[in-house]
Design a protein around this ligand. Structure first.
Ligand code: URA
Length: 206
């Protein structure tokens, strides 16, 4: 598809607004923690016109240090999986539900998800992906709830690699829950499942 430079600039501006709001978001539940640790918020990275949007959970230590999503051990796995199907980071958009690092990498709290998710919702509307790949159970649950697929929510072990079609304001979107790459660090079977699911992912965008 031919890129419209005007459209592209608008998307960049809209993303910048989100970045500024989070950067200055003194009311956000993890703002104080970020300042205390001299950490960065992690907004997201990749093409604003991506067909695939990957949504993780929250930044970890490396991400909060650099401001970049998935740049630690889980990120290496994600890069390998992308490469295995002929994609790279520039082709996709990668972000998280929660944009600041929870202390000690603990699971995000419901209140943190509620506070940060509106930024993710706006990012989805900006990028307008054709496929949303939800990485891990928090992301999967948030996305399935957001698109009113409550009755489809099951353990990720049951529905990873399954495709859910939804109609949204900008067209049709396919949702695919995937294991979180970090879950495959010490689990070969999970990595094999992820590899298979990435093939499905590639097929649905081709
Ligand atoms: N895990 C996530 O969910 N997101 C990141 O950005 C890094 C690790």
């Amino acid at each position: 598809m031919k890129m419209n430079p005007k459209n592209k600039k608008e998307k960049g501006e809209l993303m910048k607004e989100i970045l500024d709001e989070i950067w200055n978001g003194k009311d956000l539940p993890l703002y104080e923690e970020r300042i205390k640790n001299k950490a960065y918020p992690v907004i997201g990275e990749g093409s604003h016109d991506a067909k695939i949007m990957f949504i993780g959970e929250a930044p970890g230590k490396n991400e909060a240090k650099t401001g970049r999503p998935f740049c630690g051990a889980a990120g290496k796995i994600l890069d390998g999986l992308l490469e295995s199907v002929g994609l790279n980071r520039e082709d996709v958009y990668i972000t998280n539900i929660v944009k600041d690092r929870p202390p000690q990498n603990r699971d995000p709290l419901p209140d943190e998800i509620t506070s940060y998710a509106p930024f993710l919702d706006r990012q989805i509307d900006i990028v307008k992906p054709r496929v949303i790949a939800a990485l891990g159970r928090y992301s999967m649950t948030y996305i399935l709830e957001k698109f009113n697929l409550w009755e489809e929510i099951q353990p990720i072990s049951k529905i990873h690699g399954k495709i859910f079609d939804v109609k949204v304001s900008f067209g049709s979107v396919k949702i695919i829950p995937l294991y979180h790459p970090a879950a495959s660090i010490y689990n070969r079977t999970t990595l094999d499942d992820l590899k298979k699911d990435f093939k499905i992912l590639k097929k649905i965008v081709s």
